[in-house]
Write a protein that binds this ligand. Structure first.
Ligand code: CA
Length: 469
């Protein structure tokens, strides 16, 4: 008989892509402690964000609503902290709640974290080394050490203080966000070896939307000093420099991930040793995915698989079958209602996400969605020049409409560009190389996807841009 109110440990990384986790068959690193969560629980192979960028994804998770509803559409919009969030329902149900690490939803009155009995968060992105934290009493303090260790320490302290009553701990890492600064322990990891380049590293983006080709997310757009911590060696050809940049970039990314993995091991060990594991739901995810040289890119934002996919590993002994895998489509908006459902706390009517508790119990319901809706609003953001777009992904295909209009969103900029479309056959072309939007063989598929996009647009209540014809 399970406890009516299990604990929740929700670990969320920032920009950790599935393909840098060995439980997801990473070709480039090993994450033995994250794999423990997969081995003891369920791995989701089709978990997606509804807007692949930090603040909007975090708002979607906390509020259980899409960004046109919660108002956090871009990095320049902040969460109205009077809105309902699922931690507030946990508090009402008698849980003690604590948030440690990254918040990135605004600061000050109106935006500071609410729904948490304890919190200590980084200002905006925060620093990797000797970071400053904002405190609940309005003060701030700089603390010696490495950010991933400190956030884990704070969460452990919270759990130790409240272990005997139902608690929900939100351990939200800064890592592995840009600029990927490793700790001393992992500083020389991967020295002297070459990390494999991804299959699509040399993608020339031929046939793709012009606005995708104009993004500034290629290896040559990384800043050597800030991102790669080195001047570019003299005498390299362009191809050699691109490969050199990838190695500098990916090794630091993976070193930063290695610290997350170590610290996840530390907190899992504590739960095991303290006897809390049996009654604690442990979740590992990230606010979105990331391009790890895929399509020659870094960063996220676009609706391509590497950016759209969120890692999602959930263990709950006695409920989730160890080592299970789901390919059902779940989205970040579903996370909150699912946690509430597992913790026997009512889900308010207005929540748009849907509990996937049944999937965790190995019983997918017949009416579970077969598609998901996506929208990225931050047109021509200054650093990455990514286009505003929306789209639909089904189990087999993806249709993307680059509507290319800032629509007065904070942080989005003109000019408006002509509308462009992309269509990918994810079965025949899982790496999304071949845009078949003009291929006569896909006329019927395209029409079906346009209708599905229009249906989802209406279902979630999105307004602008208008749905496809
Ligand atoms: Ca992020």
């Amino acid at each position: 008989m399970k406890n009516e109110h299990p604990n929740l440990l929700f670990i969320m990384a920032d920009d950790h892509a599935t393909h840098a986790i060995s439980a997801y068959d990473s070709r480039i690193n090993q994450t033995p402690h994250l794999d423990r969560i997969a081995d003891e629980g369920m791995r989701f192979d089709a978990a997606f964000c509804t807007n692949s960028i930090c603040s909007p994804s975090r708002a979607a998770i906390l509020t259980g609503t899409y960004n046109h509803v919660n108002g956090v559409t871009t990095l320049d919009t902040h969460l109205d902290n009077t809105l309902w969030t699922f931690p507030k329902s946990l508090q009402e149900a008698g849980y003690v709640t604590g948030l440690f690490g990254k918040w990135h939803l605004g600061h000050g009155p109106g935006h500071d974290p609410t729904g948490f009995d304890s919190w200590r968060v980084l200002p905006d992105q925060g620093d990797y080394h000797d970071p400053t934290f904002l405190e609940q009493d309005g003060t701030s303090s700089q603390r010696a050490g490495y950010v991933t260790d400190i956030i884990t320490d704070d969460t452990l302290g919270f759990i130790q203080a409240h272990g005997s009553r139902p608690w929900a701990a939100f351990l939200h890492h800064k890592a592995p966000h840009r600029c990927w600064e490793p700790d001393d322990k992992h500083a020389t990891m991967y020295d002297g070896i070459d990390i494999p380049e991804p299959i699509t590293f040399g993608d020339d983006l031929v046939g793709r939307a012009d606005v995708v080709r104009a993004t500034k997310m290629r290896m040559m757009d990384l800043d050597p000093i800030r991102d790669l911590k080195s001047a570019v060696p003299e005498g390299l050809t362009l191809d050699e420099e691109i490969s050199w940049r990838y190695q500098r970039y990916i090794k630091d990314y993976l070193r930063v991930v290695a610290s997350i993995d170590d610290n996840v091991g530390r907190i899992l060990d504590y739960l095991d040793e303290s006897g809390l594991s049996d009654n604690t739901i442990v979740v590992y995810s990230s606010d979105q995915g990331f391009f790890l040289g895929d399509h020659g890119m870094f960063d996220k934002r676009l609706m391509y698989e590497e950016s759209l996919s969120m890692p999602l590993l959930i263990k709950y002994p006695g409920v989730v079958v160890p080592g299970s895998v789901s390919d059902d489509i779940v989205v970040n908006v579903d996370f909150g209602p699912t946690f509430l459902d597992l913790m026997n706390v009512p889900i308010p009517e207005h929540v748009q996400g849907r509990s996937f508790q049944s999937i965790l119990r190995g019983e997918t319901t017949a009416d579970w969605p077969q598609s998901m809706y996506y929208r990225y609003w931050m047109h021509h953001d200054e650093a990455h020049n990514t286009p505003a777009h929306y789209g639909v992904r089904t189990r087999t295909h993806k249709l993307i409409c680059y509507y290319n209009d800032p629509l007065d969103q904070p942080g989005a900029h003109g000019p408006t560009d002509p509308v462009e479309w992309e269509l990918f056959d994810l079965v025949a072309d899982p790496y999304e190389i071949d845009n078949v939007i003009e291929d006569p063989a896909y006329v019927t598929v395209r029409s079906e996807l346009e209708h599905e996009l229009a249906r989802l647009h209406e279902q979630v209540g999105d307004t602008a841009p208008p749905p496809p014809p």
